[in-house]
Design a protein around this ligand. Structure first.
Ligand SMILES: *Cc1c(COP(=O)(O)O)cnc(C)c1O
Length: 398
């Protein structure tokens, strides 16, 4: 038992699938050419790159020319946002939500500093943006709407199709269309993504969230979308993203997306069982807990729980000592004393937000993992609460 390790932080990153790693390996050792080189080695790399782009495009129902590989999900978000606004004739208006990943949120904040106006949409208690509210927030000079597909802290899925329908309608009467970007980093590989069905102009993905390698992402850019590079240096990725292509990782990206897509239904069902088991187990054995997020319209791999009267960080430390890896909301927020912006946005009070922990499942988790968590978690919570003056006071007042 001492060495037991349970990884329940798959929303932060996932294990690279062995099949994916195997597909990548030759591109480190034998086929190590630069895809821009003229010789045999280069041509071999270029052929692999082309194939990965074709495969990825097919999986997303896009054309190969619409797929741009990037260094990560954050980079895809940045290129989407800054790239579509780079040549804006005038500073205009952007709509996003309060629960976006920091890659989008901080990009928008930066644009505010540069003179753009940004509307940060509220979400309801379940974490969903109101389509009506979004519609009413549109302005004459709105240039871009960026709404994530699935949230990385509570798993809620946003009404992307409805939003794109509204924007398409508005765009009919506009000379310069409002572009629609969605950060699908958390939903890719978990929900079947079809860019035509979603109706987006830009979509961000990152391989390491769906059993691919870290450090590679992709941006879908619909044909006809006016996008300008934000980095300069080479003609790679059709001039949008300079730098020698990371062939091994790009192969890993396309292989991982193919693999994840092929087992979406299985993974979803399995994760749902694990999530419900953990949720019910926690609710049945630990009083004063809140489940955050709507639950039903969400990706099945995330369970966000607030344990009242304790600090999430202390709980994570104790879980870590038992070999259990979870997270306080977003990995990027770890170490900061600020309550999660997502939990604040769904109306959770700061104290409950501080006591929240995100458990996130992946393809390799088992029932035994959940059993083990349920075995050790109640005692840890009880022990932390027994040290909390707030808890005693509240319990005594019943
Ligand atoms: C992880 C994540 C990102 C960032 O992806 P990186 O590849 O780590 O840069 C962006 N958006 C969401 C929703 C994520 O979960």
């Amino acid at each position: 038992m001492e060495n037991k390790k349970v990884y329940l932080d798959n929303a932060a990153t996932t294990q690279t699938a062995p099949e994916v790693l195997e597909a990548m390996l030759p591109f480190f050792s034998q086929n190590y050419g630069n895809a821009s080189s003229f010789h045999f080695f280069g041509r071999q790399a270029k052929a692999a790159l082309d194939e990965a782009r074709i495969d990825t495009a097919k999986l997303l129902n896009a054309s190969p020319e619409e797929i741009f590989f990037t260094g990560c999900g954050s980079e895809a978000d940045n290129i989407a946002i800054f790239g579509t606004l780079a040549k804006a004739q005038k500073k205009g208006h952007i709509i996003t939500s309060k629960i976006e990943h920091h890659a989008v949120l901080y990009s928008c904040q930066e644009l505010q500093k540069r003179g753009f106006e940004v509307t940060y949409l509220d979400v309801d208690k379940g974490g969903v943006v109101s389509v009506e509210h979004l519609k009413n927030s549109l302005k004459e000079d709105t240039l871009l709407v960026s709404i994530m597909h699935a949230n990385n802290e509570i798993g809620t899925i946003q009404p992307i199709v409805e939003i794109s329908k509204i924007l398409k309608n508005v765009n009919k009467n506009k000379k310069n269309p409002i572009y629609f970007h969605s950060d699908a980093v958390q939903s890719a590989g978990k929900i079947k993504l079809d860019v035509k069905e979603l109706g987006v102009d830009l979509l961000s993905l990152a391989a390491h969230k769906f059993n691919g390698p870290k450090g590679v992402g992709a941006l879908y850019v619909r044909k006809g979308t006016f996008i300008f590079p934000v980095m300069f240096g080479g003609h790679h990725e059709n001039g949008l993203r300079p730098g020698t292509e990371n062939i091994a990782s790009i192969i890993g990206f396309s292989k991982a997306l193919e693999l994840s897509n092929s087992r979406i239904a299985v993974t979803h069902k399995k994760n749902l069982i694990l999530r419900e088991k953990l949720k019910d187990g926690i609710l049945n054995s630990i009083p004063d807990t809140i489940i955050n997020g709507s639950g039903h319209n969400s990706i099945s791999c995330i369970l966000n729980v607030s344990f009242k009267f304790i600090e999430g960080e202390s709980l994570l430390l104790r879980l870590d000592m038992k070999g259990i890896a979870a997270s306080a909301g977003s990995a990027c927020a770890t170490g900061s004393a600020e309550p999660s912006h997502v939990l604040s946005a769904i109306g959770l009070d700061a104290v409950s937000a501080q006591g929240s922990v995100r458990f996130s499942f992946g393809f390799y988790n088992t029932q035994e993992d959940v059993d083990y968590v349920l075995k050790v978690l109640p005692d840890i919570v009880e022990s932390l609460r027994s040290m909390s003056p707030v808890y005693k006071k509240t319990s005594n007042s019943y």
